[in-house]
Design a protein around this ligand. Sequence first.
Ligand code: FES
Length: 123
Amino acid sequence: VLRCLYPRALYEASKIFNVDSPESYKIGSVNLVTGRGVWIVREQEGFYAILAKCTHLGCQPIWYEDHQVFKCPCHGSRFHKDGVNFAGPAPRPLDRLYLSLSSDGHLEIDKGKTVGLDYRLKA
Ligand code: FES
């Protein structure tokens, strides 16, 4: 009888979510969105979002501010700040995600939509 009270469905977080407003990010910064597996990078020219998932086998790379690189702890792949791979077994750059401005002025990330490496949201 109790079993019918619990739905047999799995719920997952929405792939589209908002983070802070653009003014919250310093130019040149790389910020991990905790619990979402996404980095927000702000450059002089604008913003982009990178999926924090190595393109080799899916580990989460770590950002090293002092060296300005992402390093994957699993098998040693290295990525430049823009997500382009330059060392290790990763076969391609980190995925870049669609980033836009929400109606209330926050950055909005769509984890379900990847974009090209030249995509930026203008600052
Ligand atoms: Fe990142 Fe293998 S999972 S290098």
